[in-house]
Design a protein. Structure first.
Length: 396
Protein backbone atom coordinates (compact mmCIF):
# COMPACT_ATOMS: atom_id res chain seq x y z
CA UNK A 1 0.00 0.00 0.00
CA UNK A 2 2.88 2.42 0.82
CA UNK A 3 4.62 1.58 -2.43
CA UNK A 4 1.61 2.63 -4.50
CA UNK A 5 1.41 5.98 -2.72
CA UNK A 6 5.05 6.72 -3.37
CA UNK A 7 4.65 5.85 -7.06
CA UNK A 8 1.64 8.15 -7.46
CA UNK A 9 3.49 11.01 -5.73
CA UNK A 10 6.50 10.65 -8.12
CA UNK A 11 4.23 10.66 -11.16
CA UNK A 12 2.49 13.79 -9.91
CA UNK A 13 5.78 15.61 -9.40
CA UNK A 14 7.00 14.60 -12.89
CA UNK A 15 3.77 15.77 -14.50
CA UNK A 16 3.97 19.10 -12.67
CA UNK A 17 7.56 19.61 -13.95
CA UNK A 18 6.52 18.93 -17.53
CA UNK A 19 3.65 21.37 -17.22
CA UNK A 20 5.88 24.14 -15.90
CA UNK A 21 8.46 23.60 -18.69
CA UNK A 22 5.77 23.85 -21.37
CA UNK A 23 4.48 27.07 -19.88
CA UNK A 24 7.97 28.66 -19.82
CA UNK A 25 8.79 27.93 -23.48
CA UNK A 26 5.34 28.92 -24.68
CA UNK A 27 5.63 32.37 -23.09
CA UNK A 28 9.34 33.20 -24.28
CA UNK A 29 9.51 36.49 -26.28
CA UNK A 30 10.49 36.22 -29.98
CA UNK A 31 13.52 38.13 -31.48
CA UNK A 32 12.52 41.01 -33.73
CA UNK A 33 13.76 40.95 -37.34
CA UNK A 34 13.57 44.74 -37.76
CA UNK A 35 16.91 46.27 -38.79
CA UNK A 36 18.71 42.93 -39.26
CA UNK A 37 19.91 43.82 -42.75
CA UNK A 38 21.49 47.04 -41.47
CA UNK A 39 23.39 45.25 -38.69
CA UNK A 40 25.03 42.83 -41.14
CA UNK A 41 26.66 45.63 -43.25
CA UNK A 42 30.34 46.05 -42.29
CA UNK A 43 31.43 49.47 -41.04
CA UNK A 44 34.44 50.74 -43.04
CA UNK A 45 36.43 53.92 -43.76
CA UNK A 46 36.94 55.02 -47.35
CA UNK A 47 38.94 57.65 -49.22
CA UNK A 48 38.02 59.20 -52.58
CA UNK A 49 40.62 59.05 -55.37
CA UNK A 50 41.36 61.40 -58.24
CA UNK A 51 43.66 61.10 -61.24
CA UNK A 52 46.38 63.66 -61.78
CA UNK A 53 50.10 64.27 -62.44
CA UNK A 54 52.46 63.32 -59.63
CA UNK A 55 56.23 63.28 -59.03
CA UNK A 56 57.24 60.09 -57.20
CA UNK A 57 60.23 59.91 -54.87
CA UNK A 58 62.38 56.82 -55.21
CA UNK A 59 64.16 55.97 -51.98
CA UNK A 60 67.41 54.01 -52.08
CA UNK A 61 70.60 53.50 -50.11
CA UNK A 62 74.18 54.12 -51.13
CA UNK A 63 77.79 54.52 -50.06
CA UNK A 64 79.79 57.76 -50.16
CA UNK A 65 82.81 57.68 -52.49
CA UNK A 66 85.40 60.21 -53.61
CA UNK A 67 85.28 61.49 -57.19
CA UNK A 68 89.04 62.24 -57.12
CA UNK A 69 91.03 59.82 -55.00
CA UNK A 70 94.81 59.32 -55.40
CA UNK A 71 97.82 57.89 -53.62
CA UNK A 72 100.46 60.61 -54.03
CA UNK A 73 103.81 59.34 -55.38
CA UNK A 74 107.09 61.09 -56.32
CA UNK A 75 108.45 60.93 -59.87
CA UNK A 76 112.06 61.45 -58.69
CA UNK A 77 114.13 60.10 -55.81
CA UNK A 78 115.77 61.97 -52.96
CA UNK A 79 115.50 63.14 -49.39
CA UNK A 80 112.50 65.16 -48.23
CA UNK A 81 113.89 68.47 -46.95
CA UNK A 82 110.58 70.20 -46.24
CA UNK A 83 106.99 69.18 -45.47
CA UNK A 84 104.05 71.56 -45.48
CA UNK A 85 102.20 71.86 -42.17
CA UNK A 86 98.96 71.32 -44.13
CA UNK A 87 100.16 67.92 -45.32
CA UNK A 88 98.81 66.02 -42.31
CA UNK A 89 95.83 63.66 -41.96
CA UNK A 90 92.66 65.75 -41.86
CA UNK A 91 94.30 68.78 -43.48
CA UNK A 92 92.95 70.73 -46.42
CA UNK A 93 95.12 71.98 -49.30
CA UNK A 94 94.51 74.02 -52.44
CA UNK A 95 95.44 73.08 -55.98
CA UNK A 96 99.19 73.56 -56.68
CA UNK A 97 99.94 74.14 -53.00
CA UNK A 98 103.40 72.77 -52.09
CA UNK A 99 103.18 69.63 -49.96
CA UNK A 100 106.75 68.27 -49.97
CA UNK A 101 110.16 69.41 -51.17
CA UNK A 102 112.72 66.81 -52.22
CA UNK A 103 116.36 67.96 -52.06
CA UNK A 104 116.85 69.66 -55.46
CA UNK A 105 120.67 70.02 -55.32
CA UNK A 106 121.56 67.02 -57.53
CA UNK A 107 118.84 67.88 -60.03
CA UNK A 108 119.94 71.52 -60.18
CA UNK A 109 123.51 70.44 -60.89
CA UNK A 110 122.35 68.01 -63.56
CA UNK A 111 120.39 70.79 -65.26
CA UNK A 112 123.46 73.06 -65.28
CA UNK A 113 125.54 70.25 -66.80
CA UNK A 114 122.99 69.57 -69.55
CA UNK A 115 122.76 73.28 -70.35
CA UNK A 116 126.57 73.41 -70.67
CA UNK A 117 126.54 70.44 -73.04
CA UNK A 118 123.90 72.17 -75.14
CA UNK A 119 126.00 75.32 -75.40
CA UNK A 120 129.03 73.27 -76.53
CA UNK A 121 127.02 71.60 -79.28
CA UNK A 122 125.56 74.93 -80.36
CA UNK A 123 129.14 76.20 -80.72
CA UNK A 124 129.94 73.17 -82.86
CA UNK A 125 126.96 74.08 -85.02
CA UNK A 126 128.31 77.56 -85.65
CA UNK A 127 131.72 76.10 -86.56
CA UNK A 128 130.16 73.58 -88.93
CA UNK A 129 128.05 76.24 -90.62
CA UNK A 130 131.23 78.24 -91.23
CA UNK A 131 132.85 75.20 -92.83
CA UNK A 132 129.79 74.78 -95.02
CA UNK A 133 130.10 78.32 -96.31
CA UNK A 134 133.73 77.69 -97.24
CA UNK A 135 132.69 74.48 -98.98
CA UNK A 136 130.06 76.37 -100.99
CA UNK A 137 132.68 78.89 -102.15
CA UNK A 138 135.03 76.09 -103.17
CA UNK A 139 132.21 74.39 -105.07
CA UNK A 140 131.45 77.58 -106.99
CA UNK A 141 135.11 77.88 -108.00
CA UNK A 142 135.18 74.26 -109.13
CA UNK A 143 131.96 74.69 -111.09
CA UNK A 144 133.50 77.70 -112.92
CA UNK A 145 136.41 75.64 -114.14
CA UNK A 146 135.81 74.53 -117.74
CA UNK A 147 137.30 71.12 -116.99
CA UNK A 148 134.14 70.19 -115.08
CA UNK A 149 131.67 71.85 -117.39
CA UNK A 150 130.69 68.60 -119.09
CA UNK A 151 130.77 66.47 -115.93
CA UNK A 152 128.71 68.24 -113.19
CA UNK A 153 128.54 66.70 -109.67
CA UNK A 154 125.61 64.50 -108.72
CA UNK A 155 123.27 65.67 -105.95
CA UNK A 156 124.76 63.13 -103.54
CA UNK A 157 128.30 64.30 -104.32
CA UNK A 158 127.21 67.90 -103.98
CA UNK A 159 125.82 67.20 -100.45
CA UNK A 160 129.10 65.54 -99.47
CA UNK A 161 131.12 68.46 -100.75
CA UNK A 162 128.91 70.91 -98.83
CA UNK A 163 129.36 68.83 -95.60
CA UNK A 164 125.59 68.33 -95.26
CA UNK A 165 125.91 65.00 -93.34
CA UNK A 166 128.16 66.68 -90.76
CA UNK A 167 125.70 69.54 -90.40
CA UNK A 168 122.78 67.15 -89.93
CA UNK A 169 124.71 65.25 -87.27
CA UNK A 170 125.36 68.44 -85.33
CA UNK A 171 121.68 69.44 -85.55
CA UNK A 172 120.65 66.00 -84.27
CA UNK A 173 123.05 66.38 -81.36
CA UNK A 174 121.50 69.75 -80.56
CA UNK A 175 118.01 68.24 -80.51
CA UNK A 176 119.21 65.51 -78.14
CA UNK A 177 120.93 68.05 -75.94
CA UNK A 178 117.79 70.23 -75.81
CA UNK A 179 115.74 67.18 -74.78
CA UNK A 180 118.27 66.42 -72.04
CA UNK A 181 117.98 70.00 -70.79
CA UNK A 182 114.18 69.80 -70.79
CA UNK A 183 114.27 66.47 -68.93
CA UNK A 184 116.70 67.84 -66.35
CA UNK A 185 114.51 70.92 -65.87
CA UNK A 186 111.41 68.68 -65.53
CA UNK A 187 113.14 66.50 -62.91
CA UNK A 188 114.11 69.61 -60.98
CA UNK A 189 110.50 70.80 -61.05
CA UNK A 190 109.37 67.37 -59.85
CA UNK A 191 111.36 67.75 -56.65
CA UNK A 192 108.58 70.11 -55.57
CA UNK A 193 105.49 68.00 -54.93
CA UNK A 194 102.24 69.95 -55.18
CA UNK A 195 98.56 69.15 -54.66
CA UNK A 196 97.01 68.19 -58.02
CA UNK A 197 93.59 69.58 -56.95
CA UNK A 198 91.80 71.07 -53.96
CA UNK A 199 92.13 68.14 -51.59
CA UNK A 200 91.50 66.68 -48.16
CA UNK A 201 94.42 64.71 -46.72
CA UNK A 202 93.39 61.24 -45.55
CA UNK A 203 96.86 59.87 -44.80
CA UNK A 204 100.50 61.05 -44.71
CA UNK A 205 103.31 58.50 -44.88
CA UNK A 206 106.49 60.64 -45.05
CA UNK A 207 107.93 63.63 -43.25
CA UNK A 208 111.04 65.82 -43.34
CA UNK A 209 114.16 63.66 -43.61
CA UNK A 210 112.42 60.71 -45.27
CA UNK A 211 114.23 59.16 -48.21
CA UNK A 212 111.80 58.52 -51.06
CA UNK A 213 112.09 56.81 -54.41
CA UNK A 214 109.95 56.90 -57.52
CA UNK A 215 106.55 55.27 -56.90
CA UNK A 216 106.58 55.43 -53.08
CA UNK A 217 103.23 56.03 -51.35
CA UNK A 218 103.50 59.49 -49.81
CA UNK A 219 99.88 59.80 -48.71
CA UNK A 220 96.25 59.68 -49.82
CA UNK A 221 94.38 62.73 -51.12
CA UNK A 222 90.72 63.08 -52.09
CA UNK A 223 89.20 66.00 -53.97
CA UNK A 224 86.90 68.31 -52.03
CA UNK A 225 84.92 69.77 -54.94
CA UNK A 226 82.59 66.78 -55.32
CA UNK A 227 81.80 63.38 -53.81
CA UNK A 228 79.82 60.55 -55.34
CA UNK A 229 77.21 58.36 -53.71
CA UNK A 230 76.96 54.93 -55.26
CA UNK A 231 73.27 53.99 -54.89
CA UNK A 232 71.32 50.94 -56.06
CA UNK A 233 67.78 51.01 -57.46
CA UNK A 234 65.55 48.41 -59.16
CA UNK A 235 66.15 48.20 -62.90
CA UNK A 236 62.46 48.81 -63.63
CA UNK A 237 62.62 52.26 -62.05
CA UNK A 238 65.50 53.57 -64.16
CA UNK A 239 63.15 54.79 -66.90
CA UNK A 240 61.65 57.28 -64.45
CA UNK A 241 65.03 58.80 -63.54
CA UNK A 242 66.54 61.79 -65.33
CA UNK A 243 70.30 61.73 -66.05
CA UNK A 244 72.31 64.62 -67.59
CA UNK A 245 73.17 64.42 -71.29
CA UNK A 246 76.05 66.89 -71.17
CA UNK A 247 78.93 67.34 -68.74
CA UNK A 248 77.66 70.74 -67.56
CA UNK A 249 74.07 69.53 -67.00
CA UNK A 250 72.52 68.21 -63.80
CA UNK A 251 70.21 65.25 -63.41
CA UNK A 252 67.29 64.77 -61.03
CA UNK A 253 67.50 66.36 -57.59
CA UNK A 254 68.44 63.96 -54.78
CA UNK A 255 67.93 64.44 -51.04
CA UNK A 256 70.58 62.77 -48.89
CA UNK A 257 70.04 61.78 -45.25
CA UNK A 258 72.00 59.90 -42.61
CA UNK A 259 69.63 59.07 -39.77
CA UNK A 260 72.31 57.31 -37.74
CA UNK A 261 74.79 60.21 -37.68
CA UNK A 262 73.04 63.49 -38.53
CA UNK A 263 70.52 65.37 -36.43
CA UNK A 264 66.83 64.92 -37.15
CA UNK A 265 65.76 66.80 -40.27
CA UNK A 266 69.36 67.38 -41.46
CA UNK A 267 70.03 66.62 -45.11
CA UNK A 268 72.23 67.46 -48.08
CA UNK A 269 71.28 67.88 -51.73
CA UNK A 270 72.88 66.31 -54.76
CA UNK A 271 71.86 65.33 -58.27
CA UNK A 272 71.92 62.27 -60.47
CA UNK A 273 75.14 62.18 -62.45
CA UNK A 274 75.65 58.83 -64.15
CA UNK A 275 74.20 55.36 -64.59
CA UNK A 276 76.71 52.52 -64.40
CA UNK A 277 76.21 50.02 -67.20
CA UNK A 278 76.46 46.89 -65.06
CA UNK A 279 74.27 45.49 -62.30
CA UNK A 280 75.47 44.98 -58.77
CA UNK A 281 76.89 41.47 -58.63
CA UNK A 282 75.12 40.52 -55.38
CA UNK A 283 71.81 42.38 -55.35
CA UNK A 284 71.28 42.46 -59.16
CA UNK A 285 70.13 46.06 -58.80
CA UNK A 286 71.10 48.92 -61.09
CA UNK A 287 73.84 51.27 -59.85
CA UNK A 288 73.64 55.04 -60.17
CA UNK A 289 76.00 57.83 -59.12
CA UNK A 290 74.73 60.82 -57.19
CA UNK A 291 77.06 63.83 -57.28
CA UNK A 292 77.29 66.13 -54.25
CA UNK A 293 78.96 69.54 -54.46
CA UNK A 294 81.22 70.68 -51.60
CA UNK A 295 80.62 67.49 -49.58
CA UNK A 296 82.68 68.72 -46.62
CA UNK A 297 80.77 72.03 -46.38
CA UNK A 298 83.92 74.15 -46.62
CA UNK A 299 82.23 77.15 -48.28
CA UNK A 300 80.29 79.87 -46.50
CA UNK A 301 77.21 78.92 -48.51
CA UNK A 302 77.03 75.52 -46.82
CA UNK A 303 78.40 76.51 -43.44
CA UNK A 304 76.81 74.43 -40.69
CA UNK A 305 75.54 71.75 -43.07
CA UNK A 306 76.34 68.08 -42.28
CA UNK A 307 79.52 66.71 -43.83
CA UNK A 308 79.78 63.57 -45.91
CA UNK A 309 82.37 60.99 -44.93
CA UNK A 310 83.83 58.50 -47.39
CA UNK A 311 82.53 54.99 -46.81
CA UNK A 312 79.38 56.18 -45.00
CA UNK A 313 76.08 54.40 -45.66
CA UNK A 314 73.35 56.98 -46.46
CA UNK A 315 69.75 57.14 -47.64
CA UNK A 316 68.91 58.94 -50.88
CA UNK A 317 65.52 60.16 -52.08
CA UNK A 318 65.55 60.65 -55.84
CA UNK A 319 62.98 62.91 -57.49
CA UNK A 320 61.55 60.86 -60.35
CA UNK A 321 60.05 62.21 -63.56
CA UNK A 322 56.35 63.29 -63.41
CA UNK A 323 53.77 60.59 -64.14
CA UNK A 324 50.59 61.81 -65.84
CA UNK A 325 46.99 60.60 -65.55
CA UNK A 326 47.46 58.24 -62.59
CA UNK A 327 45.91 57.75 -59.16
CA UNK A 328 48.26 58.22 -56.22
CA UNK A 329 47.34 55.74 -53.50
CA UNK A 330 49.08 54.74 -50.28
CA UNK A 331 50.81 51.39 -50.60
CA UNK A 332 48.96 50.25 -47.45
CA UNK A 333 45.70 50.28 -49.41
CA UNK A 334 46.95 48.06 -52.23
CA UNK A 335 45.95 44.49 -51.40
CA UNK A 336 47.42 41.18 -52.47
CA UNK A 337 47.79 40.42 -56.19
CA UNK A 338 47.70 44.16 -57.00
CA UNK A 339 44.05 44.58 -56.07
CA UNK A 340 42.17 47.43 -54.40
CA UNK A 341 38.95 47.27 -52.38
CA UNK A 342 36.36 49.67 -53.79
CA UNK A 343 33.03 50.56 -52.17
CA UNK A 344 30.42 50.90 -54.91
CA UNK A 345 26.65 51.05 -54.27
CA UNK A 346 27.31 50.02 -50.66
CA UNK A 347 28.94 46.83 -51.87
CA UNK A 348 32.56 45.66 -51.91
CA UNK A 349 34.31 45.31 -55.25
CA UNK A 350 37.71 43.65 -55.38
CA UNK A 351 39.28 45.60 -58.24
CA UNK A 352 42.38 44.53 -60.19
CA UNK A 353 44.56 47.58 -60.91
CA UNK A 354 47.58 48.36 -63.09
CA UNK A 355 50.44 49.89 -61.10
CA UNK A 356 52.88 51.98 -63.13
CA UNK A 357 55.35 52.62 -60.32
CA UNK A 358 55.67 52.27 -56.57
CA UNK A 359 57.88 54.46 -54.43
CA UNK A 360 58.56 54.22 -50.72
CA UNK A 361 55.07 55.28 -49.66
CA UNK A 362 52.67 55.27 -52.62
CA UNK A 363 51.55 53.31 -55.64
CA UNK A 364 50.78 55.11 -58.91
CA UNK A 365 47.84 53.43 -60.65
CA UNK A 366 47.12 53.99 -64.34
CA UNK A 367 44.14 51.66 -64.78
CA UNK A 368 41.45 50.15 -62.54
CA UNK A 369 40.32 53.25 -60.63
CA UNK A 370 38.27 56.23 -61.77
CA UNK A 371 37.88 59.75 -60.41
CA UNK A 372 35.86 60.03 -57.19
CA UNK A 373 35.66 56.30 -56.58
CA UNK A 374 35.94 55.31 -52.93
CA UNK A 375 38.72 52.98 -51.83
CA UNK A 376 38.22 50.99 -48.65
CA UNK A 377 41.10 51.67 -46.25
CA UNK A 378 39.85 49.49 -43.37
CA UNK A 379 41.46 46.08 -42.97
CA UNK A 380 38.77 43.39 -43.01
CA UNK A 381 39.09 39.91 -41.57
CA UNK A 382 36.54 38.46 -44.00
CA UNK A 383 36.58 39.62 -47.60
CA UNK A 384 34.36 38.50 -50.44
CA UNK A 385 33.00 40.16 -53.54
CA UNK A 386 29.68 41.92 -53.01
CA UNK A 387 29.49 41.99 -49.21
CA UNK A 388 27.50 44.91 -47.79
CA UNK A 389 29.42 47.92 -46.55
CA UNK A 390 28.53 51.09 -44.72
CA UNK A 391 30.48 54.12 -43.63
CA UNK A 392 30.37 55.98 -40.34
CA UNK A 393 28.41 58.78 -42.06
CA UNK A 394 25.73 56.33 -43.22
CA UNK A 395 25.52 54.72 -39.77
CA UNK A 396 24.47 57.96 -38.11
Amino acid sequence: MNTKKILWICLAILGLGILITVLIFSTEPEAKQEGASIETAILVDVVPVKKGTFEPTIVATGTVQAVEDINLSPLVSGQVVRRSAAFTPGGFVKKNQVLLQIDPSDYRNTLALRQSELMQIQTTLHTEMGRQQIAEQDLELIAGDSLFGDNPLSEEERQLVLRQPQLNAVKANISAAESSVNQARLNLDRTTIRAPFDAHILSQNVTQGSLVTQGDDLGRLVGTDFYWIMATVPVGKLKWLSFPNEADEQGAIVRIENSSAWSKGAFREGYLDKQIGALDGQTRLARVLVKVKDPLATTSELKGQPKLMIGTFVEVSIQADPIENVVKLSRDYVRSNETVWVMKADKLEIRKVEIVLTDDTHAYISDGLKDNEHVVITDLSTVSEGIALRTAKEAQ
